[in-house]
Design a protein around this ligand. Sequence first.
Ligand SMILES: C[S@@+](CC[C@H](N)C(=O)[O-])C[C@H]1O[C@@H](n2cnc3c(N)ncnc32)[C@H](O)[C@@H]1O
Length: 536
Amino acid sequence: MEPSSGLKPKCSEFTLAAVSELSSSPVSSSSTAVVARFCADRGVVELRFCQDSKFIDGFDFNLGTSKLFKLGPVQSLCISESSDSNKEKSYSRGVTIQFRNEEESRDFHSAFEQWQSVDITQGTNLPNGTISDVRSKFDNKIEPSSAKMYFHYYGQLLHQQNMLQDYVRTGTYYAAVIENRVDFTGRVVVDVGAGSGILSLFAAQAGAKHVYAVEASEMAEYARKLIAGNPTLGQRITVIKGKVEEVELPEKADILISEPMGTLLVNERMLESYIIARDRFLVPNGKMFPSVGRIHMAPFSDEYLFVEIANKALFWQQQNYYGVDLTPLYGSAFQGYFSQPVVDAFDPRLLVSPPMSHVIDFNEVKEEDLYEIDIPLKFIASVGTRVHGLACWFDVLFNGSSVQRWLTTAPGAPTTHWYQIRCVLSQPIYVMAGQEITGRLHMIAHNAQSYTIYLTLSAKMWGPGAEQGGILQTSSCKLDLKEPYYRMSQPQPYTMAQEQQPHQLLQVQDIPIHTEDLEEPELLQQPLENSGAQLQ
Ligand SMILES: C[S@@+](CC[C@H](N)C(=O)[O-])C[C@H]1O[C@@H](n2cnc3c(N)ncnc32)[C@H](O)[C@@H]1O
């Protein structure tokens, strides 16, 4: 860990003469020492190398998969099997280590063996270090490869820029903070997941006494730069690199500020980190900005969207694809496409009933409550139509002492980079105006920082005989919130879809789509925060 991170290292250290990657020039110790550290971090025991208090990029070895060889009295070679999550293959990496003398080489080899054989349990004592708090709450529930990609993504300025350029989002945060100066003036603030540090700077503008900007990704370095470049505000901001689940702060916070929302509010599972930060850092009755989140849901009807998704699988209906019959995979491909939540901005006229909402009070909710979110659904259809699924969006509240502000991602409201999401049923259901639609939205968190969604919608049959039997039409689907279908660059013929009669589009394969009739595609960058190569 960096000394400035606030996280106490659980490691032992060795000062080296030099270290170099195989086939490249050594990292010299002539100016500053190169230090090798055995660490228990992120649930693995690692050997890492650093210089100038910074880890040398790429010089980290999982001791579970590494080997150390003596090349000479003061020279050794460490190699490791390392898997790149983007590629299937593993590959070997290596560094040569130059010791200052033979004794240090011997000590290093013996430490290597001891750390390598360690069982990562809290309180384990080693001759040269103690393992404690090895796995944080974050490490316990999140797959390391997911976390690595997640923080790599947020470590890049272009992705932070995308959020900053969402003026609905950033402008609402700015207004909420500045209009509620009274909540910030003279107060200690923690910015949970500070990213570029923008919210910390807003809090400082609003008169905060001190802001601790906690950021786990490499973005922390850029935040430091940005804050140093704004010295009048920056002198009241300390950037702390690390996860909010792991860092220690010198004092408690009067107010937390954060932007932890992902698609459908909960994607990325960062809300849980916000709640953990509340429990770790916030004084009793301290303020949270935002303090409430609501997930809004309503059934929708959109023949075009349904046809578009169903048609994607038609590729697999070919019986002679270079002489190969693809049809055995048609069913799986069809289900696959319907397991992707659709992210786009839709016309609110596609909604079949008024929405209902599920409230999450950030001041009260327990972190574990977010592992499984189970929402019973009940709507009254306003029109007779085919229901193709459930549309969802969210909003959050800044409950300031002076002004209350909502940041909304609702359809029809100014579009944000979260857009809205729709869960599409592969079997639509028919409803009459005034008919009750019931169901369940059941979301179960998974260790890749997202949720598996189980949706069921039901409506009673109508027509002759339906009264006696009370027969239900039920349709269900399972979706992965981490694998959405970004539809922003696709045509969105809302008004035409509105006018479609249910019977018109039953045979999906037969529908010719005349693109010249459709609106120009909106050329938008893929939404990032709610998505990201790794996030969705
Ligand atoms: C949605 S971005 C918001 C960035 C910035 N606050 C803003 O509003 O522009 C969330 C940030 O939180 C960071 N983050 C996510 N989980 C974290 C955690 N557990 N500890 C520290 N930082 C975290 C991410 O790396 C990312 O930079």
